[in-house]
Write a protein that binds this ligand. Sequence first.
Ligand code: ZN
Length: 397
Amino acid sequence: MSRQAEAPATGVNDQVEQGILAFIDEFVALRRDLHTHPELAFEEVRTAGIVAQLLASWGYEVTTGVGGTGVVGTLKRGDGARSIAIRADMDALPIHEATGLPYASETPGVMHACGHDGHTTILLAAARYLAESGRFSGTLNLVFQPAEELGRGARRMLNDGLFERFPSDAVFGLHNWPGEPEGQFGFVDGPAMASIDYARITVTGKGGHGAAPHLAVDPVVASAAIVLALQSVVARSINPLDTAVVTVGSIHGGQAANVIPESVELTLTARAYDKGVRDRIKERITALAEAQAASFGATAAVEYRNGFPPVINHAAETHFARSVAVDAFGPARVAETFTPRTASEDFAYLLQARPGSYLFIGNGDSAPLHSPNYNFNDALLAPAAVYWARLAQAYLS
Ligand code: ZN
C-alpha cells in the first residue's frame, strides 16, 4: 500500500501525539530507506548501524553486537526502580519483491515482506520522543533484535545475557497484521501464537521384488498405516477444548511399480498453544509410528525437533498494554476480541524469560505477510510510536 508522507491523525490530540507528529515525516522516509535496503537474518549490519547511530544521537547508551547484530539502547531517567524492555525485529526475508514501489528493495531476492522495517522505525520514533520529551522515571531498554524469521535471534540475545545485562521487569513487542483494520490494536491474553514442531519419520523394512511381497517387509504399507494412525493424535489424545494440528506434509519412498523399497520417509509439522499439548503430541506421534511399524515387522525412527514455543502472553501485562491503548486512542481503536494466530514468533522465548505481552496492530487491507506484494502501512508509524511512548511512560510512571 502506497501512502503519502504526510502525518496521519492518531485520534487523540495529546502531547505525545503532537510531539511524534512533528517529526514523523523523517521516520516515514527512514522506513522506506530500510525497505529499499533489506538485510537477511544475522546480516542486519547496515540496519543495526543506523539504529545504533540514531539512538546514540538522542542520548541513549548503546550496546551493539548483542546476540550477533542485535542492538540495545538504554535510557535511564529519575530514580525510579522499574525497568521495561520494548523489542522490535530488524530482519528481512529471502523473497523477491514484486510491489513495484518506488522504494522497493534494491537487493534482488531479499525483501521486507513482514514489516520489520516498520517495527524498527516505530520503535525508533518512540525512542526519539522519549529521549527528547519523555516523562518517566526508571530504565528504558529498547531491544532491536536480529533474525526473527529464523527463530534464532531472540535466543541468541538471551544467551548473550540480554536480561542479565539489561535487567527488565517486563517485555513488550508488536506485529502489524494484514487484514485487520488499519491502526486497530489487538490484544490476546494467554496463548497468542502457536508453537511449531517438526518430525521426520524414517520407516525401514526390507526391500524386495514387488511380485514376492512375502519375502520383503514393505515400508510403504507400514507408512500408510502410520499416516492413518496419526490422525488419531488430535482426535483421540488431545482434549477437545485444546487446539492442536498434526499434518503429514510429505511422504517419499520407492522408485518403481515393481520394487518394494527399503525405506520410506515422512515429514510432519505440529502446532499447539500449550506445552502439555505439545508434549503429548510428541509422545503420541513417536509411540504410534513405532508401534505401527513394528506391527508390520518394520521399524520407525522418529527424529523430533522442537521449533518455536507458543507465544504466551501474561495476564497482568496484557491487561496493562490494553489499557494503554484504550487510554490513548479510545475503545473503538481496540479490537474487542482478537483471536490467537497460528503463525509463530520467537518473541515466545522473551516471554519465557520475562512477563510481558505481544500485541498486534492492523495493517489494513494489504497483501498478507511473507507475500512478494506485501508492504508495511506507513499510516501505522505515528499511532504505534505514540503507543510505545505512552506505554513506556505509563510503565515507568
Ligand atoms: Zn514478522
